[in-house]
Design a protein around this ligand. Structure first.
Ligand SMILES: NC(=O)c1ccc[n+]([C@@H]2O[C@H](COP(=O)([O-])OP(=O)(O)OC[C@H]3O[C@@H](n4cnc5c(N)ncnc54)[C@H](OP(=O)(O)O)[C@@H]3O)[C@@H](O)[C@H]2O)c1
Length: 319
């Protein structure tokens, strides 16, 4: 890939990380209680006083960045955290380094056999899943495919789609199961899912944002499917945080534009645990409060279609 091509790819993939977020429209999620926390809150502050003893939480990508802090704080509050990483060593090291009860698991989201194996291992524990946090994600510096499918779409969306679907009965079995999908404001960089060419070859510039739109559409369709249960599904933007996610890309973001990692895990932990959100489902959050997502993310027909297409793509692995 040439330099200009690479620049254009990065601009399309992550350029929105530097733009100002759109203000919430009056009327969006008006019925959702506004919390006392904002952009500065840390995950510890957002969960202060919350006792998660007896609850089980699954966090993907627990060895790094936001996922690590999320695991640390949920375990601190008493949850048994199942933490996934791409290798057994990474998962074990991360889990061993936090206080509280944790269980390391291997999960490679680009390999659907591995996703199914991870889900089976969790199922074998015969535990209800109170909290599921599809957090792991990549931001690639170059276009890549996995079995002909664009790689951000596979890792950030499809792998999690498969994992959550294989665990859905365990989530529904919890007294109030919550799925808190870690999306991104980068979803605003695209206007729709590229159903006609999921290889990404014709839209490589916007691949990261495309996968983050898919995260939100997945969460909202899941919320609709869970509507008759106690379980909920929401999606969130964690902020812009200087983590390993930027290791493949080479733009300079001034340090004062970043949240700290402690702040970056706050919205995830808030959405996953706060008692005021027991019945809140199908909502996009940022800075620990609801925020209007893009029109594309609120497109219910697109969400249904993405669900159907995703189901077809992973069907051999679904059961
Ligand atoms: N940081 C930000 O500014 C920002 C902004 C908006 C949204 N987000 C989202 O926040 C989430 C967490 O990102 P982060 O910033 O904490 O980045 P990070 O530090 O790079 O953590 C990403 C995690 O995902 C794992 N992962 C990557 N590829 C994987 C794969 N193929 N299979 C399984 N796991 C994989 C990584 O494992 P390895 O360590 O082995 O690579 C790591 O554990 C992502 O979904 C990201 O899109 C981040």
């Amino acid at each position: 890939m040439g330099l200009m091509q690479r620049r254009r790819f990065l601009q399309g993939s992550a350029g929105l990380a530097l733009t100002t977020q759109l203000p919430a429209f009056a009327g969006y999620a008006d019925d959702v209680p506004r919390g006392p926390f904002g952009a500065d809150a840390t995950a510890e502050q957002a969960t202060a006083g919350i006792d998660l003893t007896g609850k089980t939480a699954l966090v993907t990508g627990c060895n790094s960045g936001i996922g690590y802090e999320t695991m640390r704080v949920l375990a601190l509050r008493g949850a048994h955290v199942l933490g996934t990483a791409r290798t057994a060593d990474k998962a074990a090291e991360a889990c061993a380094s936090v206080s509280g009860r944790t269980t390391p698991l291997v999960l490679e989201l680009a390999d659907f056999d591995a996703v199914a194996a991870c889900a089976d291992q969790i199922r074998a524990m015969e535990l209800p899943l109170d909290i599921v946090i599809p957090n792991a994600g990549v931001l690639l510096g170059e276009p890549r495919q996995v079995d002909g499918l664009e790689m951000h779409f596979v890792v950030n969306h499809l792998g999690h789609f498969l994992l959550v679907n294989r665990l859905l009965d365990r989530i529904i079995a919890a007294p109030q199961g919550r799925v808190a999908v870690v999306g991104s404001m980068a979803h605003r960089s695209v206007v729709g899912i590229e159903f006609d060419d999921l290889s990404g070859r014709s839209w490589e510039r916007s691949a990261y944002g495309h996968s983050k739109l898919a995260n939100g559409l997945f969460a909202f369709e899941l919320a609709r499917r869970l509507a008759t249960t106690q379980a909920t599904a929401n999606v969130l933007h964690p902020g812009v945080i200087d983590t390993n996610i930027f290791r493949h890309v080479d733009f300079n973001i001034p340090k004062n534009r970043f949240k700290t990692i402690a702040q970056g895990a706050a919205t995830t932990c808030y959405v996953a645990t706060h008692p005021s959100l027991t019945k809140v489902s199908g909502v996009y959050f940022s800075d620990c409060n609801p925020e209007e997502p893009s029109a594309a993310m609120r497109d219910a027909a697109m969400a249904r279609r993405l669900w159907d297409v995703s189901e077809e793509l992973v069907r051999p692995y679904l059961s």
